[in-house]
Design a protein around this ligand. Structure first.
Ligand SMILES: C[S@@+](CC[C@H](N)C(=O)[O-])C[C@H]1O[C@@H](n2cnc3c(N)ncnc32)[C@H](O)[C@@H]1O
Length: 241
């Protein structure tokens, strides 16, 4: 415990007896995904890494290209691939699997209720959520909006985006799948038709690259990646500005 306290992982409490208390670092272990991540990194990275110098020396510092002859097999004394080794070591495997994040699908109550039982993978969490209300999932790695914003005019799209901005962290990414139209030139007929339907049905629109830029900037976001096909079908990667 003294070594841990010296490294600020626990703190030594004042008093006649030797006692230790938690710190913000040791509190990380109370979050299962984080604690499993640390154990996973320790088991695999530390043990595998500790054997790496002698492995590299014995294999003449060659480039690693064989997944069945890597520092992992050397350190763990196995011929198995890492994934196969986990199948025989459920404790270590569960640490790795518990590191994985949650996948949460949000939609309106009637839409969530209409999803047939067992039609989605059981790990997907279904949540009734109104995106005009504050977002409850805070600090997610990825938020995802597919063909959602094109249903709304700018003032409403801004509310949806700002509810995400309020919970995004500097590492969070928002992935937006939408048409990103060219500024000029004839559109493919289906895209132009959809733009028209969105206008008459929802007072909304398919947006051009400049319109996306302006909307996202106004919401406090910046585009950090974009992949757009010739027909406008696009993916925008967005982060806090
Ligand atoms: C065009 S659909 C896109 C659905 C899905 N993302 C896809 O690409 O297939 C728009 C979705 O927004 C949902 N939606 C509309 N208003 C909403 C609200 N206030 N809160 C949450 N979801 C809403 C609709 O129920 C619908 O599922």
């Amino acid at each position: 415990m003294r070594v841990l306290a010296a490294n600020r992982i626990f703190t030594e409490l004042a008093g006649p007896e030797t006692k230790f208390g938690p710190t913000s670092l040791s509190n990380i272990f109370t979050v299962p995904a984080l604690s499993n991540g640390i154990k996973h990194c320790f088991d695999l990275g530390y043990r595998g890494g500790a054997g790496f110098p002698s492995y590299a020396r014995e294999t003449n510092y060659r480039q690693l290209e064989d997944e069945l002859d890597s520092p992992f097999q050397y350190a763990f004394q196995t011929k198995l691939h890492c994934f196969d080794w986990w199948k025989e070591h459920p404790r270590e495997a569960s640490q790795f699997h518990n590191v994985k994040g949650r996948l949460i699908l949000q939609d309106q109550p009637d839409v969530i209720d209409a999803i047939p039982k067992d039609s989605l993978h059981p790990t997907i969490e279904l949540t009734k959520h109104n995106f005009f209300k504050p977002q409850l999932i805070k600090g997610a790695g990825v938020y995802f909006l597919k063909h959602v914003l094109h249903d709304w005019p700018n003032p409403k799209a801004l509310i949806i985006l700002r509810n995400l901005v309020a919970v995004m962290k500097d590492y969070s990414k928002l992935i937006i799948i939408e048409n990103v139209l060219p500024e000029a030139g004839p559109l493919p007929v289906p895209t132009a038709g959809l733009d028209f339907i969105l206008m008459v049905g929802f007072a909304a629109m398919e947006r051009t690259a400049k319109q996306w830029e302006a909307l996202l900037t106004e919401a406090g976001l910046k585009i950090t990646g974009r992949w757009v096909k010739d027909d406008g079908d696009g993916v925008l990667e967005v982060m806090l500005a």
